[in-house]
Design a protein around this ligand. Sequence first.
Ligand SMILES: *[C@@H]1O[C@H](CO)[C@@H](O)[C@H](O)[C@H]1NC(C)=O
Ligand SMILES: *[C@@H]1O[C@H](CO)[C@@H](O)[C@H](O)[C@H]1NC(C)=O
Ligand SMILES: *[C@@H]1O[C@H](CO)[C@@H](O)[C@H](O)[C@H]1NC(C)=O
Ligand SMILES: *[C@@H]1O[C@H](CO)[C@@H](O)[C@H](O)[C@H]1NC(C)=O
Ligand SMILES: *[C@@H]1O[C@H](CO)[C@@H](O)[C@H](O)[C@H]1NC(C)=O
Ligand SMILES: *[C@@H]1O[C@H](CO)[C@@H](O)[C@H](O)[C@H]1NC(C)=O
Ligand SMILES: *[C@@H]1O[C@H](CO)[C@@H](O)[C@H](O)[C@H]1NC(C)=O
Ligand SMILES: *[C@@H]1O[C@H](CO)[C@@H](O)[C@H](O)[C@H]1NC(C)=O
Length: 464
Amino acid sequence: MYQERGILVSMQILLILRFCTCMDTITLIQPVKDGDILVSNGETFALGFFSPANSTNRYVGIWYNKISEQTIVWVANRDRPISNSTGILSVDHTGNLVLQEIDQSFVFWSTNVSGVVNDSFTAQLLDSGNLVLFQGLNKEVYSWQSFDHPSNTYLQGMKLGLEKKTGLNRMITSWKSSGNPGVGDYSYKLELVGSTQMFLFKGMTRYWRAGSWNGLGWSGVPCMTKGNIFIANYINNDDEVTIAYHMHNPSMLSRVVATESGTLERLTWHESDRKWVEFWSYPNDQCDVYNHCGPFGFCDPNASVTFECDCLPGYEPQSPQDWYIRDGSKGCKRKVGIHMCEVGDGFVELARVKIPDTSSAHVNMSLDLKACKELCLRNCTCKGYASADISKGAEGGGCIMWHRYMNDTRTFLDGGQSLYMRLDAAELGTLSVLLLSKLNFHFEQTICLFLSPFTFLKNTIILF
Ligand SMILES: *[C@@H]1O[C@H](CO)[C@@H](O)[C@H](O)[C@H]1NC(C)=O
Ligand SMILES: *[C@@H]1O[C@H](CO)[C@@H](O)[C@H](O)[C@H]1NC(C)=O
Ligand SMILES: *[C@@H]1O[C@H](CO)[C@@H](O)[C@H](O)[C@H]1NC(C)=O
Ligand SMILES: *[C@@H]1O[C@H](CO)[C@@H](O)[C@H](O)[C@H]1NC(C)=O
Ligand SMILES: *[C@@H]1O[C@H](CO)[C@@H](O)[C@H](O)[C@H]1NC(C)=O
Ligand SMILES: *[C@@H]1O[C@H](CO)[C@@H](O)[C@H](O)[C@H]1NC(C)=O
Ligand SMILES: *[C@@H]1O[C@H](CO)[C@@H](O)[C@H](O)[C@H]1NC(C)=O
Ligand SMILES: *[C@@H]1O[C@H](CO)[C@@H](O)[C@H](O)[C@H]1NC(C)=O
């Protein structure tokens, strides 16, 4: 009996010891000093002080706890490093996490939420990699969380995008260099102009367009829609426009990172080789560079023998001289002699396309593709249309119409969707001859609108 109780007591002590070595919380009386490490409950993530490669500066960061290669996923004091090992991260009397040097008053970093004066705040490193701050025992309501302030890494369970009520637009930003986690040039974020799209920005400039949500993925990320290792969850309602993802296999380590060299990469950890392996990376080729072929241009990486830039059907190079020296940036203009808005206008279908920038497009989610076509045809300024939701199949769910610019259009070898370009009767006639060699295109004229189920077959030209 005594013996049993003894075993029980020592087991409890062991449990407590284990709890203490694997501490996952910071409180007023339990700060984290340089050298201490916080480990999340399931031991997936750790928090502590670190120095990047070739640097002696100290930063507070979160990294994967179990893998051999230190991989930082979040940094607190990105632009305010501490120069020696006297740093201390604590929760103060106003419910903020503060990073200071021991016995110094200068604040290197703070959560900076206007809290109430109360000594019962706790910060906890969750097993998702999220560092959260809450009051008392109210573990469900966070007064602050690191997932709302990402660094360069997008983790599963994290949302990117906008909270409409607070205006918080979560984005990831690259490091300055591999030795400096300061806020760098590249950011991956939701652009709120027109129909929302994700972009990789270089400074203030659009660098790569992930595109608009097409029901399955971003229009510019064809590999999001097939053979995937994660489930994406896009929300667009009165409260938020956000995107989150969850791995099919939750224990698989995978992350998306905006790198200092200007790429957005998804990597997965291969334990057998002990290294991160790239799953995809963008921009992927020259056609991914934003508006590489200019307005009304059309980029085809497979046309590499000559020049990857072409014009959308019905358009011709703005500057043939530039085109000749393989600079497509000025884009294309309407072909001379095209008579739009007359009897016989119709559409040509471009298959496997990254649809144009939707910043100034008109979107109506309650129209199907047929209604979309009719509406576009009736309005002279409508230059082309596409389905807004390709998860609904060939009939489409929702309608995107372009009345002004059609920027940043490209073709994919695989994936993408159909874009329907308006042409006049004469041009439709010419195309039927010209396009015989270009299997990417097929088209239909309005009079044949309801005739052919084959119009949705890829790589088919339908002649009239
Ligand atoms: C660190 O410095 C060494 C020597 O200058 C260099 O070879 C190495 O690539 C650097 N590592 C990083 C990660 O920058
Ligand atoms: C650490 O650096 C700070 C200034 O950044 C200085 O005030 C402090 O004395 C240094 N502490 C040690 C132990 O070097
Ligand atoms: C804290 O927030 C206030 C108001 O939002 C801002 O003016 C101030 O610069 C912030 N301080 C820090 C240290 O981030
Ligand atoms: C601090 O917060 C706790 C838990 O929310 C509450 O029970 C307590 O009364 C608060 N103390 C003060 C001084 O406001
Ligand atoms: C693209 O190029 C590759 C290699 O040259 C070729 O095998 C493939 O058929 C081409 N695809 C298209 C759609 O032209
Ligand atoms: C398209 O590109 C042109 C020329 O670069 C620019 O003036 C226009 O604002 C762009 N339109 C959209 C919708 O991005
Ligand atoms: C979308 O189309 C429907 C059906 O034609 C129409 O009733 C509605 O007003 C349109 N919505 C917008 C925002 O244009
Ligand atoms: C055509 O569409 C544009 C943009 O939606 C609109 O401003 C214009 O009024 C429309 N014209 C007609 C004739 O419906």
